[in-house]
Design a binder for this molecule. Structure first.
Ligand code: CO
Length: 224
């Protein structure tokens, strides 16, 4: 089911590019559903469109920097409804490279209320600052934090009591970590899918290694 979405995405990107070869270049220059999408509010990442699903096929929650905060009533209401009422089979956390929310969190500047919202990303960065600061190119570093943030949100969803209770009931439910590139319209699977408590434990063990590029050079080539 999930692989089908990836194929749809590739097809969508190819079709758009064939009809209008300038489509992605132009975009990058500006700035009963089976799936719950947790994505960024960024207008360039329209959930349904990028996986080529019709309205009604995707339950969508978007906020700045695609967070899944365990104390946010808005997010928790969406998650509970999706899991317990809609009984979605998949929860997809989809971040995107070049995220303005992540950029703001890394900037060290004051922006107002949003600084509080973005504090978890700042913490994520500071917890592993030596690793991230070895990536000298700022855009590459930003993208590494974007990926790390997606993985952190997958862990948060996998640790959420609504999700744990669903697994305890034997409900089929998988969490996935994806990241989208505005520059080519393609989604990358970060290989962090979780479909039960054991998976979640394994993911916790793997977190430190997962988002880390092999070298600053690798990180730069990963910058899209
Ligand atoms: Co964003």
């Amino acid at each position: 089911m999930i692989e089908d979405l990836r194929k749809r995405n590739v097809h969508w990107a190819a079709t758009k590019a064939r009809i209008d070869p300038e489509y992605f270049r132009r975009l990058s220059a500006q700035q009963s559903p089976d799936y719950l999408w947790i994505g960024c509010s960024d207008a360039r990442v329209p959930a349904n469109e990028v996986v080529s699903l019709d309205p009604g096929e995707l339950f969508v929650h978007r906020n700045v920097a695609n967070l899944a905060p365990p104390q946010d009533a808005n997010f928790l209401s969406v998650l509970q409804f999706a899991v317990e009422v809609l009984k979605v089979k998949h929860v997809i956390v989809c971040g995107h490279y070049g995220c303005g929310g992540v950029r703001a969190a890394l900037s060290g500047k004051r922006h107002g209320l949003i600084d509080h919202w973005l504090a978890p990303i700042r913490c994520l960065y500071e917890d592993d600052v030596e690793h991230f600061d070895r990536i000298l190119d700022f855009e590459a570093r930003l993208n590494a934090v974007c990926e790390a943030n997606v993985l952190a949100q997958v862990r948060a969803v996998a640790a959420n009591p609504f999700v744990l209770d669903a697994w305890t009931r034997g409900q089929r439910l998988a969490i996935h970590g994806w990241i989208y590139s505005i520059k080519d319209g393609l989604i990358r699977d970060l290989g962090a899918s979780v479909s039960g408590r054991k998976d979640a434990a394994r993911l916790r063990g793997r977190t430190a290694a997962l988002p880390k590029p092999a070298s600053p050079r690798a990180a730069e080539s990963a910058d899209r």
